[in-house]
Ligand binder design. Structure first.
Ligand code: NAP
Length: 553
């Protein structure tokens, strides 16, 4: 189907209008539906906040609004947040789709070059006063933002589940994770300090000072609609920078809700803006504008390369958090049950749409059969349902067309002789075509000839490959241009150390599946990116190092 199409969409005042433009696949052929009856809406609200059973996912702006304690956090009318104000830039809007049922829950703004320029100008204007404050004063504002996010965590999680599809418990986890960066950087700004260097001449004194890098631009993906924003904005603002954020058009609602809370917290106008709209228009301005000194991007390697090229003409400082192709090694001496538990967590969280998600399970011959049997049994027992349903283990993928890559990878593996152990198909009976069943494929001794071995599936498909010895496992694991995350299960600590050192990845989990928190340096090497986010490392990305030499002393 062509991506150029004409659609009728709902305006805030329920009028209809027509627009014609290039649309991402999630916007194809989606109609606007009528709201659910109010009585059922109230039931969902009650059950989702108490974690009791629920049956329906929001299917209109009003049905999502009714689930929230503070409906003002939900901006359904297609706006951006520029220079401290929510405004709509154009009359054409795009629908924001709930992937669990394919229904329109809001409109997204279609801002472009002009609005991006306005946001950058506001960021430039606002930065000197923000940067001139003490780190402690900036920290107080970040701390207030943290408190407001904590108080509104349930609403933020519901909004996220509605626009992205992940289970509510995962959305709550993401809000806590997102907020941990505000918690950390509210303090960390005060620890930025320079250095006095030993003089090389008796008449000289040499100082190094750290200063905010300047106006920053951030482009973030749909898979972690809140955490990828705070992981960038918290250190940037703590360092004294201002920031213009472009969230994914697929998930603008979480970004706008965070912006609303930032405003309430006292983040000054212009210091933080959110521009929702066409990716290449906004990205084009962000990457070429001379007043933007830093671009921080999280997304695919393909787009990361493009943006890096675009940034070259103004020699911008860049941070690139890009795609992965994580290996998960299980040795014969591993605790197989623990390995299966971590394999499940690293594979099926967010329906496999995680950059650190295990993409290749490499299992030694002696435990191969035990591992795949246990993995398939646990996978089959997962509750796949709408994200707001109590007990949901896995929701839909984020987009109605998203399962197609999983389908292609599974078809390719099966055509080449692999065995399907469970899943392997969509299940629209769950609510929409975005549901793809969690899948386990036993690939045996096949590997590089399978597409899934070399490409990030970004879906709930566990491909399991067999290996014979440590050297072969390391060679297989490193046989990729990606280098974000890797995992290894073994009870032999010497082996864990050796393998940990040999894996060419930015992050390695040894008998551990969870890699992300606010303290650690998150990031990859090779084509998985440049730079680190989080902890003491994350603020470095927003600081310039300046030398001041005092002479004639
Ligand atoms: P994507 O297609 O690269 O999109 C990421 C962001 O870039 C979105 O905001 C997108 O906007 C925007 N974008 C797309 N084309 C652009 C262009 N020409 N100019 C400017 N901006 C553009 O990636 P995705 O599919 O959303 O996310 C999945 C990928 O992100 C996976 O590869 C995953 O591994 C990676 N990821 C990495 C990390 C990490 O920390 N390393 C974390 C999460 C995800 P629209 O969505 O509005 O088109």
């Amino acid at each position: 189907m062509s991506t150029m199409m004409v659609m009728r969409v709902m305006t805030p005042t329920t009028m209809t209008m027509t627009f014609s433009r290039s649309l991402p696949s999630r916007f194809h052929s989606i109609g606007v539906n009528s709201p659910s009856p109010r009585s059922s809406i109230r039931n969902i609200a009650a059950s989702s906040s108490s974690q009791g059973p629920s049956k329906e996912s929001p299917s209109s702006p009003s049905s999502l609004s009714a689930l929230l304690n503070d409906p003002c956090l939900f901006r359904d009318e297609g706006v951006s947040f520029i220079d401290g104000a929510f405004s709509s830039s154009s009359s054409s809007k795009k629908p924001v789709i709930n992937p669990a049922n394919g229904q329109t829950i809001a409109l997204a703004d279609a801002a472009a070059a002009e609005e991006t320029q306005k946001a950058i100008s506001a960021a430039k204007r606002a930065m000197p006063e923000w940067a001139a404050q003490t780190a402690k004063a900036r920290g107080r504002v970040l701390r207030k933002w943290f408190e407001l996010i904590r108080q509104n965590a349930n609403d933020l999680a519901i909004i996220m589940t509605a626009e992205q599809g992940k289970p509510l418990k995962e959305a709550r986890g993401e809000i806590a994770y997102a907020n941990s960066f505000l918690d950390w950087y509210a303090e960390e700004g005060r620890r930025v300090s320079g250095m006095v260097l030993a003089p090389t001449q008796t008449t000289k004194r040499q100082l190094v000072v750290r200063q905010p890098v300047g106006v920053c631009a951030a482009i973030t993906p749909w898979n972690f609609p809140s955490a990828m924003i705070t992981r960038k904005a918290a250190p940037a603002l703590a360092a004294g920078c201002s920031m213009v954020i472009k969230p994914s058009e697929a998930t603008p609602l979480s970004a706008l809700a965070l912006a609303e809370l930032a405003k309430r917290a006292g983040v000054p106008d212009g210091v933080l803006s959110v521009v929702v709209g066409d990716a290449s228009d906004i990205g084009g301005v962000m990457t070429s504008h001379p007043d933007v000194r830093k671009l921080t991007f999280t997304g695919s390697t393909r787009v990361g390369k493009l943006l890096s090229e675009q940034c070259a003409s103004t020699v911008k400082n860049v941070t690139m958090e890009l795609g992965g192709n994580a290996p998960f090694l299980v040795f014969d001496d591993a605790d197989v049950d623990a390995a299966v538990a971590d394999a499940m967590a690293t594979k099926f969280r967010n329906a496999g749409q995680v950059c650190t998600a295990t993409n290749r399970m490499l299992v030694q011959r002696g435990v191969y059969n035990e591992f795949i049997e246990k993995l398939a049994a646990k996978t089959e027992a997962m509750s796949v349902t709408q994200g707001l349903d109590a007990g949901c283990d896995m929701g839909p993928l984020f987009d109605l067309s998203a399962p197609s890559k999983a389908e292609e990878h599974v078809a390719d593996a099966l055509a080449k002789g692999s065995e399907l152990l469970t899943g392997g198909k969509r299940d629209a009976s769950k609510g929409s075509d975005a549901f793809y069943l969690p899948t386990v494929v036993s690939c045996g001794d096949r590997n590089v000839e399978l597409r899934a071995f070399g490409e990030e599936t970004f879906g709930p498909v566990a491909n399991v490959y067999r290996f014979d010895d440590e050297d072969a496992a390391i060679a297989m694991a490193n046989n990729t241009r990606m280098g974000l995350s890797a995992f290894c299960h073994t009870r032999d600590m010497s082996r864990a150390w050796r393998v940990g050192e040999a894996l060419e990845y930015g992050m390695v989990g040894l008998n551990e599946g969870a890699l992300s928190d606010e303290v650690i340096p998150f990031g990859g090497c090779k084509e998985s990116g440049l730079g680190r986010e989080g902890g003491v490392f994350g603020i470095e990305a927003f600081l310039e190092t300046k030398l001041m030499v005092f002479g004639r002393i």
